[in-house]
Design a protein around this ligand. Sequence first.
Ligand code: HEM
Length: 245
Amino acid sequence: MADNKGYIERFNLNQRLQHAVNAVACLILFATGLPIKYPDSLGYMASFIGGYTVTTTMHRFAGGAIVVLAIFHLLYNLVDREWWRTKDILPAWLDLTNIIKDTKFALGLSREKGTYGKYGYREKLDYWGAFIFFPILIATGLVMWHPTFFVAQGLLPDFLPAIRVVHSLDAILAGMAIMLHLYNVHLNPEFFPANWTMFTGEISAVKAKEEFPLWYERVVAEGKVHEEPATAPHAPTALEVSGGK
Ligand code: HEM
């Protein structure tokens, strides 16, 4: 196949479904968590949702979905041969050199930008950030869900208010991280107006070569570039229109 032509699978269906469940559950958790935290100013959100009983029940359901998803995600990667073969998502020295190169570029000190593998340091920060935010949200959420159980296990009741504060502070920080994630993947000029990869599972060869050149070289060598998109085509980005010129 000619250079710069064709499509490459970036996320399989299972990974896309995991991402969709995560995104929908997080949306529900924010929409229901905020009126629980700020009943005076955001009570109207709870009324819109159907009252506080519905709002708190929905929050628990979506929280439960996140717990199940987290366990599934860990088990999925544990048995995923591709994960162990490539270890693409693990932090590497290349990330550090890319951060230095990109910072110098942004400051006008160098003309050289970082060169990324399948995931750059932004994607890795997004991903591993979740490993900090979610365990805290899950642990504190479970305690608020069943306080009597945890108190019976030896948790001092005096800690319960602090656990509530930690849960909501972590939720607000996670919200900020998610906004950064939305900027990085959709509003970033490289991907604007939208990044379809998490919906279709594919990336065009021209985009892969531009954004993730080391990964592109590897998939070309492995013969994993196919001519036609496996899913419905979407509006091309400016880069795709120009064919990478
Ligand atoms: C993105 C994830 C999440 C966000 C944004 C979020 C947000 C919030 C917020 C802002 C509150 C109000 C805290 C307060 O009143 O000060 C809350 C309460 C709560 N959260 Fe979460 N949360 C998340 C995940 C979870 C998870 C994973 C669970 C369960 C495992 C959970 C269970 C709860 C429970 C039980 C409450 C107390 C609800 C009540 O007062 O009836 N949350 N959450």
